[in-house]
Write a protein that binds this ligand. Structure first.
Ligand code: GLN
Length: 557
């Protein structure tokens, strides 16, 4: 489209967790729907090389891309909104930048020079931002989200780099968008603009003048308030966008478009492009907001109090719910509670159960018990990664009669390690470098629950795990009624298990949630939700919303 790539830099002010990722993803969607080629990048100011080693408590979900990189969960939002698969180059951390520069210094690439933040670190940051200009898929617009909050010490090199790019690329090619908070102070009965003024002043003191403000607030901002913000922050009133809490994150781009945010961006860049086509998106949001029924699906995991750890799963349920005209209320069940008080107490009124991925032994026995319950009670089940491994353990124990079946991940001396390392992984250092990461092909048998969902025999799904179903037990599992309908193309790895003699029971070694998109729900989630709706209807449509099932399909921004 355009000759030169344009850059939208998205920074955040006042507090963290304002939804910068959703804002950057929404801008991406709007520009893409205007016919522009866009890409979204995330720069994170921490020293970890990637978030793969961070606890989900610290960082939420690790989003795995096709090329096997472990990235920030905002990449999930970008993929879902812009409907594009990203790679390791789309998430850059301070750790990676320093790693590169220090490796170069040790190699003698800067002979005699003092290696400094400016220019060496900033040059490396800029080259990562501009990397895509040289690629075949050169974007018309690159949207770069800077992690952290303006004023943090650690994000300074990133802000300095984008300031320099403002000079070097020219103002018509660079736009600064600042996401900020307008708090409502109840005792004063007023919205307060002062924190935003301070945040913008901090940006200005670094040499960055924002061109647009996305103002997060509980309610829409009045015209006089936007004028006031405009006056103090030197941003035109029309570019002070009200970003109030939304019924669903998918309504955010529509709210931005209603205030002509995308128009302002295109005018700034002097891009003559048509209005965006948002028909499908509007239709999807309409369906999210007007479900015909509400079903209850349990998620039994270790981190029940940490919804960010299951971000993509929550979103995949929203997408699948749209398809079935259902709101999916997610009921978070602690596996430790099940172990203590039994499965019936927590699962009896559910229409489906999902066991997500995880690491470590805590809670595993409760998950195995939950699976026994739904297998016997004919409640639809989807097991993901550790969830599939638990399903295999449960089946081996309670159907094949191998009472001591377990995973080699948790116990080294096992009579029946039904989940094990592959033979060629043994002896490799057990923690580093043995994870199977990224997209792998899988071949599916016809006439299976899985094939009914995918309608194709070869799929590519993303993995993040170390252990596999132990091939020594394949025969016994098959003979006892556990189907193994999905194998790696060479037949060595079991990727999928299912029970045909059950309304819907599927376990997968990969993470289908990572590839679900709002207007294209993942086939397994789509069919799992469909089966759960059938269960709900068979039970007389009795699932009702309870206190324990907050409305996560309508996550606010
Ligand atoms: N802990 C298991 C493994 O490493 C499962 C990992 C996961 O669920 N992502 O194989």
């Amino acid at each position: 489209m355009s000759v030169k790539t344009k850059y939208v830099f998205v920074t955040g002010g006042v507090v963290s967790s304002l939804g910068k990722g959703i804002a950057a993803a929404s801008i991406g969607l709007l520009l893409k729907q205007r016919g522009l080629k866009v890409t979204n990048l995330k720069f994170d100011p921490y020293l970890n090389v990637d978030p793969g080693t961070m606890s989900p408590f610290q960082h939420g979900e690790v989003f795995v891309t096709d090329d096997g990189s472990e990235t920030d969960l905002d990449l999930g939002h970008y993929e879902r909104f812009v409907d594009q698969s990203l790679s390791k180059d789309h998430n850059v951390t301070t750790g990676q930048i320093y790693n590169t520069v220090i490796t170069r210094e040790r190699r003698g690439d800067y002979p005699g020079a003092t290696v400094q933040v400016i220019p060496h670190i900033t040059e490396e940051i800029k080259s990562r931002i501009k990397k895509f200009e040289k690629s075949e898929a050169k974007p018309d617009v690159t949207i770069v989200e800077i992690g952290g909050t303006v004023g943090d010490i650690e994000s300074l090199p990133f802000l300095e780099s984008i300031r320099q790019m403002g000079q070097e690329e020219g103002p018509e090619n660079v736009m600064f968008v600042h996401v900020t908070l307008i708090p409502f102070v109840r005792t004063a009965g007023e919205f307060k603009t002062k924190p935003t003024q301070h945040s913008v002043r901090t940006l200005q003191s670094i040499g960055i003048q924002p061109n647009m403000l996305l103002c997060r607030s509980a309610k829409p901002l009045s015209e006089p308030l936007r004028q006031k913000i405009s006056l103090f922050c030197s941003v035109p009133t029309k570019a002070v966008i009200s970003a109030e809490d939304a019924s669903t994150i998918y309504a955010v781009p529509l709210a931005f478009h209603a205030q002509q945010a995308d128009d302002i961006i295109c005018r700034h860049f002097r891009l003559e492009v048509p209005e965006p086509d948002l028909t499908d998106w509007e239709h999807m949001v309409e369906k999210i907001n007007n479900p015909q029924r509400t079903i209850k699906i349990g998620i039994c995991g270790k981190y029940v109090n940490l919804k960010d750890a299951y971000k993509s799963i929550i979103e995949a349920f929203t997408h699948a719910g749209v398809y079935s005209n259902a709101q999916v209320d997610l009921v978070w069940v602690s596996s430790e509670d099940i172990k203590q008080s039994g499965a019936d107490k927590f699962l009896h009124d559910l229409n489906g159960l999902l066991i997500p991925g995880g690491f470590g032994e805590r809670g595993v026995e409760g998950k195995i018990e939950a699976i026994r319950y739904v297998r016997e009670k004919n409640i639809p089940f989807l097991g993901i990664c550790l969830g599939m491994q638990c399903a295999v353990i449960e089946f081996a124990r309670n159907v094949c009669g191998l009472k001591e079946a377990h995973s080699y991940e948790f116990y080294r001396e096992l009579k029946h390690p039904v989940i094990h390392l592959m033979a060629d992984q043994e002896g490799v250092t057990e923690l580093g470098g043995t994870m199977r990461l990224g997209a792998y092909p899988c071949v599916i048998d016809k006439n299976t629950t899985t094939f009914e969902a995918y309608q194709t025999v070869e799929i590519h799904e993303r993995h993040r795990h170390r252990y596999e179903l132990n091939n020594a037990y394949r025969k016994m599992l098959l003979e006892s009624g556990l189907s193994l309908p999905g194998l790696s193309p060479d037949g060595r790895l079991v990727e999928i298990v299912e029970i045909r003699d059950h309304p819907w029971f599927v376990g997968v070694q990969f993470h289908p949630e990572l590839k679900s998109r709002p207007t294209r729900p993942h086939p397994l989630f789509r069919e799992f939700v469909r089966a759960s709706v059938a269960h709900y209807e068979k039970a007389g449509g009795e699932a009702t919303r309870t206190e324990s099932s907050p409305d996560y399909s309508k996550t606010s921004q």
